[in-house]
Design a protein around this ligand. Sequence first.
Ligand SMILES: Nc1nc2c(ncn2[C@@H]2O[C@H](COP(=O)(O)OP(=O)(O)OP(=O)(O)O)[C@@H](O)[C@H]2O)c(=O)[nH]1
Ligand SMILES: [Mg+2]
Length: 146
Amino acid sequence: MRKVMIIGAVGAGKSTLVKALMGEQEAAVKTQSLVFHDWLIDTPGEYSENPLYYRSLMATSHQAAAILLIQDATRDRNYFPPGFSGGFPIPAIGAVTKIDHPKADPDRAVSLLRSSLPQGEILLTSAAGGEGIAELKELLLGMMNR
Ligand SMILES: Nc1nc2c(ncn2[C@@H]2O[C@H](COP(=O)(O)OP(=O)(O)OP(=O)(O)O)[C@@H](O)[C@H]2O)c(=O)[nH]1
Ligand SMILES: [Mg+2]
């Protein structure tokens, strides 16, 4: 079964979101390499921040059904280049993380992410509070079963 590959900056909340989507509670630790879970592929933030790793992301995407681009609601910059999602051979959607955070600005996060994801839904989520997790899971599972 082809999985969903999750990409985004260092500390954006990818691994915490992966755990929330899989119904796990414990805290995430720093991701050091590609990690293949049941239906998700977690990636280190360095792979999204450093263009030297883009080839690795592209290669791995051939084993995936969909890409999930992550934008941290507390950050004021975008770590993906413009139009990034269009370079992958599979469909992509986006998720904004940490909307529970006091410094979160979800509207800013959506517009930052939109420049790298010209098409595809963007969901607002919080792994801490649970907002948007069930909706995101449903959407991703639907993309895998197409
Ligand atoms: N407030 C809040 N903090 C969160 C949330 N999700 C993640 N965090 C925090 O963000 C930090 C980074 O989380 P990770 O899930 O390890 O981030 P990552 O994107 O996997 O980072 P790398 O593995 O380094 O690429 C941790 O301190 C988390 O506790 C959330 O929903 N709300
Ligand atoms: Mg991680």
